[in-house]
Design a protein around this ligand. Structure first.
Ligand code: ARG
Ligand code: ZN
Length: 389
């Protein structure tokens, strides 16, 4: 009688699998329902075997009578496990008949280009490597941050736009492909999130972060005066109430410290540092903390000349370029100078549109042209850095 039952059960399982044979063709996931404590012990022992992976519950400690257990079995053990369960009268069924097939369904898209269609890109699974371009070997890297200053809204808008542009136009724009194939790009879209949020909710003209320190009612440190580059000398303010307050000590702010730590850790691959600000349409490079020339001033200046020339040619936009201190004012503790002194040979700060007609209140209709012209400049810089740094 029992023997007959087992034959029927086996036949039933095979029928359910759609194959009338006693060997499975793939790893399988079984659903098992132990009824008694003895059943539970058997199932727990299965879970302890190699060749198995418990899907549900997360730990075999939680296997109890009358609750469904999902367990993955290697092809080599599937049939013997089923036989064991049947012999002991433990209820089970096949949850995933063909594991290999489902794995293929999840991974088969990787040979097609991920960026050819943004719609389907986000509806596929992606391996870590695929999020970088095609080139081989360790790549040079660039870092770009936006939103150091809260009220400069075009800045985070640019970083976000830049990311989507690279995802969308890898196939269509050879310059984008060249960048992604030869460079890793790190983008920090909002370096000063507390300040940015404050400009949406409280004070549109806020510049600093929102740090509070004992001994003053004034709030905020200027993150672009908080780096350890001739910190808090002429051009920065020690007064916490000022908009260019340098903070209590270099890298006192966690936003500054986090960025500085990342750059320190990756300084051997990062060849280009870019910081996005607004407004005034300028392309600045070191130094801002001194009137002295940077060691590779000629190259920095030449690349800035190339970049602004391309902007004028393709977009009819004028950007002034030069070392920060001479072009605008002495301003110590800035990220660009600090990154440069760390050893990142190409370091630039962009001041995006406009020249003051709208200032920080640049209308949304100008986001796209503001981004496109700066993209041209950045592509000029990256292609130079890829070839020469
Ligand atoms: N407007 C920017 C600022 O005042 C210019 C940054 C130029 N670089 C610098 N290290 N100050 O922060
Ligand atoms: Zn700024």
């Amino acid at each position: 009688m029992e023997f007959y039952f087992q034959i029927v059960l086996l036949a039933f399982l095979c029928f359910e699998n759609g194959i009338f044979t006693t060997t499975s063709r793939s790893d399988q996931v079984l659903s098992i329902i132990p009824e008694t404590e003895a059943d539970v012990e058997i199932v727990k022992n299965l879970a302890r075997e190699n060749q198995t992976a418990l899907w549900h519950p997360d730990s075999f400690h939680h296997i109890k009578p009358h609750t469904d257990v999902h367990m993955y079995f290697n092809i080599s053990s599937v049939e013997s496990v089923k036989a064991l369960l049947s012999t002991n009268g433990i209820k089970h069924s096949v949850l995933v008949e063909d594991v290999q097939e489902l794995i293929e369904v999840q991974t088969k898209n990787i040979s097609t280009d991920p960026r050819s269609s943004t719609g389907s890109f986000y509806e596929q699974y992606h391996p870590l490597e695929e999020l970088s371009g095609k080139g081989t070997g360790p790549k040079k890297a660039m870092w770009m941050d936006c939103g150091i200053h809260a009220r400069e809204w075009i800045s985070p808008a640019f970083c976000i736009w830049f990311i989507q542009y690279h995802l969308q136009f890898y196939e269509l724009n050879p310059s984008v492909a060249n960048t992604l194939d030869n460079m890793d790009i790190y983008v920090l879209p909002v370096m000063n999130p507390d300040g940015y949020s404050f400009t949406w909710n409280e004070d549109r003209m806020w510049r600093k972060n929102r740090a509070k320190y004992d001994g003053t009612f004034c709030i905020g440190t200027d993150l672009n005066r908080n780096f350890d580059a001739n910190w808090c000398t002429e051009g920065a303010s020690a007064n916490p109430c000022d908009s260019t307050h340098c903070g209590p000590f270099p890298e006192s702010e966690l936003e500054t410290k986090a960025v500085a730590q990342f750059l320190r850790r990756n300084k051997h691959t990062i060849k280009l540092y870019i910081s996005i600000h607004s407004y005034s349409q300028m392309l600045l490079f070191p130094y801002s903390y001194t009137m002295n020339k940077a060691e590779n001033h000629e190259k920095l200046n030449y690349v800035a000349y190339l970049a602004t020339t391309q902007m004028r040619r393709h977009h009819k936009t004028n950007f002034v370029y030069g070392p920060g201190a001479k072009t605008i004012y002495l301003a110590p503790g800035g990220s660009d100078d600090w990154a440069y002194d760390l050893g990142i040979p190409y370091s630039y700060t962009f001041e995006l549109r406009d020249k003051g007609r709208y200032g920080f209140l640049l209308p949304p209709s100008m986001i796209k042209p503001a981004c496109l012209e700066v993209l041209t400049a950045i592509q000029t810089i990256t292609s130079y850095v890829i070839d020469n740094a």
